[in-house]
Design a protein around this ligand. Structure first.
Ligand code: CO
Length: 215
């Protein structure tokens, strides 16, 4: 059997099992979604959002990209964030990084000439390294350096969420969502919390939105 055929077969078995356990499972889900969480994670195949937190379909609205970044000019992630916050009205946004992240490790190296687009995506992580260079360079091994940058990257992405007008408006009008930064250990499967920003947390003044009436 070809490998992609295995996926189709597995899907058939999965759908049948779901229907057996709960006959109206798909009808119920098809009617609407009301997820409480937006997940922004790494595209890495070893960090599947729903599986590592044992979530069911319908629980987590998700966006994944290389090294779980929130970039102010990336309409893909911003569209997901806007829809999740303004339409689905999620209560929590979780940015989840993971140790030994290939994207973060690559950002600590020189640019590969064959990966022209990816280099641009990783520039933003090089910037985070530059902001924390003294702290990272003081660590002994390349593994420790990369893993600390993984953590700092998650914290920075949470902060960037708080810089968006989408989050600031929802914080002001609706006292949600709460922002979370988590990191996942590939070697033990465990999530750790790095940072939590409740609605109304301080935002650096240069990132604050003016009120509608001017100031
Ligand atoms: Co990764």
């Amino acid at each position: 059997m070809k490998s992609h055929e295995r996926l189709l077969l597995e899907n058939k078995a999965w759908a049948e099992e779901k229907k057996l356990r709960e006959p109206d499972f798909f009808e119920r889900l098809a009617a609407d979604q009301k997820p409480e969480f937006l997940w922004i994670g790494c595209a890495d195949s070893r960090v599947p959002a729903d599986i590592i937190v044992n979530a069911e379909p319908g629980e987590i609205f998700a966006h994944r990209n290389i090294a779980n970044q929130v970039i102010a000019t990336d309409f893909n992630s911003l569209s997901v964030i806007q829809y999740a916050v303004q339409v689905l009205k999620v209560q929590h946004i979780i940015v989840c990084g993971h140790y030994n992240c290939g994207g973060v490790k690559a950002a600590l190296d020189r640019q590969r000439p064959d990966l022209v687009l990816l280099n641009k995506w990783l520039m933003h992580i090089k910037d985070i390294y530059r902001m924390h260079r003294a702290e990272i360079d003081a660590l002994d091994t390349s593994v420790e350096k990369a893993n600390r940058l993984v953590e700092l990257n998650v914290i920075e992405q949470v902060r960037r969420l708080s810089h968006t007008s989408i989050v600031q408006t929802a914080w002001k009008n609706d006292q949600r969502p709460m922002l979370h930064g988590w990191v996942y250990g590939l070697d033990d499967g465990v999530l750790q919390q790095l940072v939590t920003l409740p609605a109304g947390s301080d935002v650096d003044v240069i990132y604050q939105q003016y009120d509608v009436d001017g100031f």
